[in-house]
Design a protein around this ligand. Structure first.
Ligand code: HEM
Length: 516
């Protein structure tokens, strides 16, 4: 965990590390005694065409606006520059959009002990209506801190995340077998890499299986042949919540409170289903564990129960839903984008395979163990670079806990910041050839520490980061010993459904390294 002191240090050393221009800029900002006034921040006028059309779209077709949110922000930044004020639909106060790494550092430097980010009001509404607590994603203030302290130690520090390695390894080996079987079934064109293949279904089954094994202490049967239908229901329910959240939030509040549109009804139905299914699996875990407590060994629920008896069953349920929701689609898309990038960069793929074989051995069924994890150097860079090129979380949100200065402007307490990480992580101000996939760039020390933050920063950053990195590592270390990834087109229908994804399947062409 990064302390407040360390955060201040990082913020200060950031400018020293990021090269001359940025350093001068940051010093100039720090040196200016009088911050510029709030009114001096360019304000997006609702009468201007882009926001006018965005708002109109929001009313007429919220889904279109929602899935294009990252593009709308990109256009606004091109027009207004790296900082602007904007009144979001239904808000009583202006929010600020930033697209600048130094400003991101300013925002995080102001974070208090209990950082606050935007929590979808429909999620909050649903939980209150069902008499359920908020859970780790939505809770704020001291209550959030209490939850986070109970949940973080079991799954966040590298040591604990690594301890889950053997579970994830077994699930990954099973996923590889399923993949080989499905490729054989798909026929010779797919098997010889002449035709693209969609791995969305398989990768999501792998990711939900991994995260539920760790969180709930049991597998769902998502990788069975055929998959357990309940596992499929679970995936659909979580995806239903994610894909309807932003469009529903663009509606006026009365419209979603009264469930006036089909999208709102789908949204709440999906939320109910994800809660019910998680509760069902949790109940099974608890029943089985009453007979055999060792079943909870090495699971999130087990750790939480043993470490912190203060969490109620409902709090565990709410947070288990949150963790499953936050943990499966993010990892799925991070893996799929990485595979596509590796296919388009055979040199990177070859270098990565060499490292994997050197660490684990060439035998495609040899397990990836906890001891291997620290030995992967290039693989770490590949993951960092892939998450830079495709920002799974394209926008980060924070509320100013006090009056503060961001980018040289005075900003009042309570202001919401939307930090456009997708823009800074692809900006030539921070990265040479920013659209190129170059894992080697992470060898150097001259990357601005706030330009690419796939898991965010500070005490409210992604609690599953180490787990996600470990899952991706294990997946790639298995995959590249079994398959060669051939070049396929880049995904070209990128959409925002709370996480960045592609509307169509991400194109992949594969060739098994050994005859199947
Ligand atoms: C590549 C995969 C992933 C990415 C890119 C990612 C990214 C993020 C980001 C950007 C946040 C917001 C942090 C902030 O506001 O400062 C977040 C929060 C969170 N993530 Fe992840 N995440 C990933 C995987 C996971 C996994 C595997 C889990 C759990 C199994 C997880 C659980 C959570 C939770 C519970 C939160 C909310 C934490 C809190 O509010 O205290 N994430 N994640």
């Amino acid at each position: 965990m990064i302390s407040a002191h360390r955060l201040r240090q990082v913020g200060r050393t950031a400018s020293a590390r990021v090269g001359h221009t940025l350093a001068i800029r940051t010093k100039a900002t720090a040196a200016s005694v009088e911050p510029k006034s709030w009114d001096a921040i360019p304000r997006v006028s609702p009468t201007l065409p882009i926001v006018g059309s965005a708002l109109k779209l929001a009313m007429v077709e919220p889904r279109n606006t929602a899935v294009n949110m990252h593009r709308i922000i990109r256009e606004l930044v091109a027009e207004y520059g790296p900082i602007m004020r904007l009144r979001m639909p239904g808000a009583s106060q202006d929010s600020i959009i930033t697209a600048d790494a130094d400003m991101t550092a300013d925002v995080f430097r102001a974070d208090g002990p209990t950082p606050k980010r935007m929590a979808p009001p429909t999620w909050d509404f649903f939980r209150k209506r069902n008499d359920l607590p908020a859970g780790i994603v939505m809770e704020q203030g001291d209550e959030w801190k209490r939850l986070r302290s109970a949940i973080q130690p079991p799954i966040f520090p590298p040591k604990s995340a690594h301890a889950f390695c053997s579970k994830v390894d077994q699930i990954t080996a099973q996923a590889m077998d399923v993949m080989e079987r499905e490729l054989r079934r798909a026929g010779p064109e797919v098997l010889e890499g002449r035709k693209t293949v969609a791995l969305e279904d398989l990768v999501v089954r792998w990711s939900i299986e991994s995260v539920s094994k760790i969180v709930l202490g049991q597998t769902l049967g998502a990788l069975n042949d055929p998959p357990n239908p309940v596992a499929r229901e679970m995936v659909d329910a979580f995806y239903g919540v994610l894909s309807t959240t932003t469009p529903v939030l663009l509606l006026p509040e009365f419209a979603w409170r009264m469930e006036l549109t089909p999208a709102v009804r789908t949204h709440f139905k999906a939320m109910q289903a994800s809660m019910d299914l998680t509760a069902k699996f949790m109940a099974t875990t608890f029943t089985e564990c009453a007979a055999d407590p060792s079943k909870l060994d090495g699971t999130f629920l087990g750790h939480v129960l043993r470490r912190d008896a203060t969490l109620t069953r409902d709090e565990m349920l709410a947070s288990a839903v949150d963790i499953l929701m936050a943990g499966f689609d993010t990892t799925k898309y991070a893996v799929l984008f990485t595979l596509n990038l590796l296919g388009r960069h055979p040199d990177v793929q070859a270098k990565l395979r060499d490292e994997i074989v050197a660490v684990v051995g060439a035998d495609p069924i040899a397990p990836v163990t906890e001891a291997h994890l620290a030995q992967f150097k290039y693989l770490k860079n590949v993951i960092k670079e892939s998450l830079r090129v495709y920002s799974i979380a394209p926008v980060l949100s924070r509320f100013a806990p006090r009056g503060t200065v961001v980018g040289g402007y005075a900003v009042p307490k309570g202001t919401e910041f939307l930090m456009a990480m997708e823009i800074t992580s692809r900006s030539d101000r921070y990265f040479t050839n920013p659209d190129k996939f170059v894992p080697e760039r992470w060898d150097g020390k001259d990357v601005h520490p706030f330009a690419s933050l796939p898991f965010s920063f500070g005490s409210r950053s992604c609690v599953g980061r180490r787990l996600a990195e470990m899952e991706m590592t294990v997946f790639l270390a298995h995959f590249l010993r079994r398959f060669e990834i051939l070049p396929a087109p880049a995904p070209d229908k990128i959409v925002f459904n709370l996480v960045l994804m592609n509307e169509d399947p991400i194109p992949l062409r594969l060739r098994p390294l050994a005859a199947l």
